[in-house]
Ligand binder design. Structure first.
Ligand code: ZN
Length: 271
């Protein structure tokens, strides 16, 4: 019964997303969020994207005439106050899973697409689920950029300010060690931030910062409050296309608000 209800809910959501995608959209670029890319393993089916789905999604972007640009290119455009082209797409991966190297990097390389991977720096070379220095070196040569995602993947807005600052600066310093240059891009774990945390990110010199709110990045968007669209393992290619066109933004934002409400009820801690 639950499965039937879930199916009905998904079909309804898809129909609404399809209708939304036909409405005139705000002008600008779309940033996509991935986490794990692997064929199987632990976690819910939505939490990882199958490598064949990822390959189909990248092939569709290229074939449909989207221009995949780096976050640095997008930041330049925003800083210059220039209009952001509608067919620009940025690809980001949160957390720095080793499967990004095994399953996503070969696809990106084949198409010559840039991407940014946000590292939980405390896990690098420590946890087999996460990237190693050697993999990072190879990916750097292959056009991948690395950004910071704190040392321990913590909810920054739930921490005492000094601890939040240590997590931001600590991951920045570790990124310098790992990539031999200061990172330009930051991403809030769980999308959690507040004015204090935002100040730390600005002071650390980051050029962009990604949130988990969904939307379009247009001229006038604050580069330290970039909106994205999360891609799930349960998304069909049609869902992916609708997400690229903004059809699911409303739903992602409702979902994030519900998650935030659930978190407050848990006493501020992420699930
Ligand atoms: Zn994360």
């Amino acid at each position: 019964m639950r499965r039937i209800l879930a199916k009905v809910f998904r079909s309804g959501l898809r129909a609404l997303a399809a209708m939304r995608s036909l409405l005139p959209a705000a002008r600008g670029a779309r940033i996509l969020t991935y986490h794990s890319v692997r064929p199987d393993g632990p976690g819910s089916r939505s939490s990882f994207v199958h490598p064949s789905d990822f390959a189909a999604q990248m092939a569709w972007l290229v074939g449909a005439g989207y221009e995949v640009v780096s976050l640095a290119r997008l930041a330049e455009q925003l800083a210059a106050g220039q209009p952001v082209p509608d067919r620009w797409v940025c690809i980001t991966f949160d957390d720095g899973y080793a499967d990004n190297y095994q399953h996503a990097f070969p696809v990106l390389k084949r198409h010559g697409l840039p991407a940014t991977v946000f590292l939980v720096t405390g896990r690098i070379d420590q946890d087999p689920l996460f990237l190693t220095q050697a993999q990072i070196d190879e990916m750097l040569v292959g056009g991948i950029t690395f950004g910071a995602h704190t040392v321990d993947h913590v909810s920054l807005s739930s921490l005492p300010p000094e601890e939040a600052r240590r997590q931001i600066w600590g991951s920045t310093e570790q990124l310098v060690q790992l990539t031999s240059e200061p990172p330009l891009h930051f991403c809030y774990p769980f999308g959690h931030y507040n004015a204090t945390v935002e100040g730390f990110v600005r002071d650390a010199g980051f050029r962009t910062c990604c949130t988990e709110q969904a939307g379009i990045v247009g001229s006038g968007t604050d580069p330290l409050r970039l909106v994205r669209a999360g891609i799930l393992g349960t998304d069909s290619l049609h869902d992916f296309q609708l997400k690229v066109r903004g059809g699911y933004d409303w739903w992602i934002n409702i979902y994030m608000r519900l998650e935030e409400r659930r978190r407050r009820r848990r006493g501020g801690q992420p699930a």
